[in-house]
Design a binder for this molecule. Structure first.
Ligand SMILES: C[S@@+](CC[C@H](N)C(=O)[O-])C[C@H]1O[C@@H](n2cnc3c(N)ncnc32)[C@H](O)[C@@H]1O
Length: 261
């Protein structure tokens, strides 16, 4: 999967992520003057909410996608609290370690969590906080079931012969273990469900194509991209119950150890 995202589609479709981001922020305490890294800032919709909590603070908005960083730069033009960096979080380098690393809807796109947490620990001051939410164990199993059916039939099947899904929906216990190995003390790590309804098959298809299934769509020729996302949405509509994506979020609150490992 490439690191590039369609920033304009994400900006329009990311209401669920923005809502979860706001709810997650409400659980955090800020003094208001901290230095914060937003790890995987996207177009900045959640960063904007984060900045409301940091009247005297600063945010380094990091993302691996050029289009996402450009969109975030445009959103925060003139706000001196915000700086930007296009980087792969697996190789994160910062000029100054931060008080807090904040991240939403990003870590499940980066399956190497041990390496990720090591880089994050190195970018934090001793005693600094990691507060993150991403897809967790059991995430979108209903969507995956529908996707698997559509991938297995014509005209899509030949494109998925070597398909490997490289997302990681980690559990709480495994995450605590990885955090400890990377030099964090987990304070609270937990999963919660966020079933998310869609008002039509067409809305769901656009959402799937731009976000959940962006890796799948990437391997398809242009003329099959939209039909694939639509076929998965129709498969989901044919399931029992309302039209919804069965999201599960993994919440992480951890503190970087005071002493080097
Ligand atoms: C679903 S968006 C979330 C954006 C924002 N945090 C929000 O909640 O709306 C995931 C973001 O993570 C970024 N991302 C994924 N893998 C990354 C990596 N290895 N390094 C840096 N950014 C990455 C993507 O480019 C994308 O902008």
């Amino acid at each position: 999967m490439t690191m590039e995202w369609n920033a304009s589609s994400y900006e329009i479709l990311a209401n669920p992520m923005t809502r979860w981001g706001e709810e997650f922020l409400a659980k955090l305490d800020f003094r208001g003057d901290e230095s914060v890294i937003d790890a995987g800032c996207g177009t900045g919709r959640v960063t904007e909410k984060l900045l409301e909590r940091l009247p005297r603070g600063k945010v380094l908005a990091v993302d691996g996608s050029h289009a996402m960083v450009e969109a975030a730069k445009e959103r925060f033009a003139g706000d001196e609290r915000v700086s930007f960096s296009r980087q792969n979080l697996l190789e994160l380098e910062v000029e100054e370690p931060a008080d807090i690393i904040f991240s939403t809807a990003t870590f499940h796109w980066i399956p190497a969590h041990e390496k990720l947490f090591e880089r994050l620990a190195a970018a934090l001051k001793p005693g600094g906080i990691l507060a993150a939410q991403c897809g967790g164990e059991g995430n979108i199993s209903r969507v995956n079931e529908a996707t698997g059916k559509v991938m297995g039939r014509d005209p899509f099947a030949p494109h998925f012969e070597n398909w490997m899904d490289d997302k990681l929906y980690a559990g709480a216990g495994a995450t605590e273990e990885r955090l400890r190995k990377a030099g964090f003390e987990p304070e609270r790590v937990w999963l919660h469900e966020e079933p998310t309804e869609f008002d039509s098959v067409e809305t769901l298809a656009s959402y799937l194509g731009a976000i959940i299934l962006r890796g799948h769509v990437e391997v398809l020729p242009e003329e099959k991209k939209e039909p694939f996302a639509l076929a998965v949405a129709e498969e989901m509509a044919a399931m029992d119950g309302p039209l919804f994506a069965d999201y599960v979020r993994l919440n992480i609150m951890a503190r970087r150890n005071m002493l080097p490992r």
